[in-house]
Design a protein around this ligand. Structure first.
Ligand code: ZN
Length: 291
């Protein structure tokens, strides 16, 4: 039996993926599509995005990609009079070891930049849909002479959203790359271990009235084993989720606390709402498939 192209552990369920990786891809896509609805996106999804902001920080292999997206959005936030960016503006390419072509593809696929029409050799790129949404949300709160509590709140929310949605989009793109070229592409294992855990929680409580706060620490550990994450890597992920690193100082992510025996992890309220929303989407998918 051929194994899943992503985790390479479980048997194939559909389209080259096991049922867990298939669900990860489905949920990532749902979150991204929803975010691109801009003002019409689902608050329960948008409010939870900040929980994913830490995933690529200090992760050398993909940091170049992540930074390129953030810096490009930053360029558009700060340059009010410009709706384009030139190749020259994209100077930070020099600071990463990643291939420039690769970075441009990531900027197009993430919709940070608009994909140029085929055949054109562009040196000027327009802001993509992701950038347009984020610029609108962030700019008004940041570039202003009046700055009060409500600006501060909206700015914080929009900035947190930005770091979270970029993690989600990048995970989706990297998963697709790995799928298309399993031999040469790298899997974002840290991100995937988190999303696989969430998939298992939804499946486990698929028919329960509510998704409970508590889940077993072993569940996360199992995903780390599936993806062959080292002991050091596992510890770091746990510390980052608990808000015990300089990347996440005092801010817990996804979970809010650990029980006394350190065997159970507690999801935070934003995550429970997100998982319940995603579970609804998945139920709707099953209904369409069975029709
Ligand atoms: Zn899989």
């Amino acid at each position: 039996m051929i194994k899943c192209k992503i985790c390479q552990k479980y048997d194939i369920y559909d389209q080259g993926l096991c049922k867990y990786c298939y669900d990860v891809r489905f949920y990532l896509r749902e979150i991204i599509d929803d975010y691109f609805k801009g003002p019409y996106s689902d608050d329960d999804i948008v409010n939870a995005l900040g929980n994913f902001s830490w995933i690529y920080a200090g992760y050398p292999r993909f940091w170049g990609y992540y930074n390129a997206i953030i810096n490009t959005i930053y360029h558009f936030i700060m340059n009010i009079d410009k709706d384009y960016i030139t190749e020259n503006d994209l100077q930070y390419f020099e600071f990463t070891k990643v291939d420039k072509r690769d970075i441009l593809i990531i900027l197009f696929e993430s919709k940070t930049l608009e994909t140029p029409k085929p055949g054109l050799t562009n040196t000027i790129f327009k802001a993509g849909k992701l950038t347009q949404i984020l610029v609108k949300k962030i700019r008004n709160e940041l570039i202003t002479d009046k700055h009060d509590e409500s600006n501060r709140k909206r700015f914080k929310k929009a900035a947190t959203e930005m770091f979270g949605i970029v993690s989600i989009i990048l995970t989706y793109i990297l998963m697709e790359k790995k799928f298309e070229d399993p031999k040469n592409q790298w899997l974002p294992r840290k991100a995937l271990s988190v999303f696989l855990t969430l998939v298992h929680i939804i499946l486990k409580h698929y028919n329960d009235p509510e998704i409970p706060k508590e889940f077993s620490r072993d569940l996360l550990d199992e995903q780390h084993s599936v993806l062959k994450i080292t002991r050091d890597g596992r510890l770091r992920i746990m510390l980052e989720m608990l808000g015990l690193t300089y990347i996440t100082p005092g801010k817990t992510n996804i979970i809010s606390n650990v029980d006394k025996d350190q065997k159970s992890l507690m999801l935070n309220d934003e995550m429970i709402l997100l998982l319940e929303r995603l579970r609804e989407r998945r139920r709707a998918r099953v209904r369409t498939r069975n029709r």
